[in-house]
Design a binder for this molecule. Structure first.
Ligand SMILES: Cc1cc2nc3c(=O)[nH]c(=O)nc-3n(C[C@H](O)[C@H](O)[C@H](O)COP(=O)(O)O)c2cc1C
Length: 196
């Protein structure tokens, strides 16, 4: 697919057909996500990829999909044949930036202008979302307040933070999010040319 078509077609999907995703598509999606940039090439991002139906139900429950089921009349997160949990490790960045080539001249660790570990996992999620569309599939995104429970059921280590759940599958007719009424920001409000 042309890159511009991928960008324009991508939207968050909240209803999926039960058909499984071809293994080679899933491999390409995961590999695209792995190729996302990272500060200092830390690569503190990681994924948990779930296909097991029982675990998908558990994850759907942890995401509070029942709330959505009332609105949509169907499940959302658990009906997708694949769920990807995007994760990041702040510790990986603190360790990487303590290495000699990243230390300041006075030997100190940089002051973080912004949390690079969050930026990088955002890049990973975006790469994954575009790769999904490129495979003729669709994906959604949801966070959860129940992070520790999510970590416990998936055996995610203490120092790793799951930032969100991405259900992936073949799109079905979904109910559009009320947030879409906000429309898309006009270009000149979004991009400030030369100065704000
Ligand atoms: C960090 C993040 C959290 C989101 N959380 C939810 C969510 O909990 N439930 C949901 O239905 N959509 C969620 N979304 C999807 C947004 O609602 C969606 O991206 C936005 O309305 C724009 O629509 P589009 O992505 O289809 O263009 C989330 C998106 C992001 C990036």
């Amino acid at each position: 697919m042309e890159f511009e078509d991928v960008v324009r077609k991508r939207r968050m999907m909240r209803h999926f057909k039960p058909d499984p995703i071809p293994e080679d598509s899933l491999d390409r999606i995961i590999d695209a996500a792995r190729r996302a940039p990272s500060a200092g090439n830390t690569q503190g991002q990681s994924l948990v990829v779930i296909t097991d139906p029982e675990m998908r139900k558990t994850i759907g429950e942890i995401c509070g999909e029942r709330e959505y089921a009332g609105r949509f009349k169907h499940n959302w997160v658990s009906e997708a044949p694949v769920q990807v949990i995007a994760c990041t490790s702040e510790k990986a960045y603190r360790d990487r930036y303590s290495e000699p080539d990243k230390l300041q001249d006075d030997g100190s660790v940089i002051e973080w202008p912004v949390p690079y570990w969050h930026i990088d996992v955002g890049c990973t999620v975006m790469a994954l979302l575009y790769a999904v569309v490129n495979e003729g599939l669709a994906a959604g995104f949801t966070g959860t307040q129940r992070l520790q429970e999510l970590k416990d059921v998936l055996g995610i280590p203490d120092e790793v933070t799951p930032v969100g759940i991405i259900p992936i599958g073949y799109p079905d007719q979904d109910v559009k999010s009320p947030s879409l009424k906000r429309g898309r920001k006009p270009l000149d409000e979004f991009a400030h040319r030369e100065r704000w």
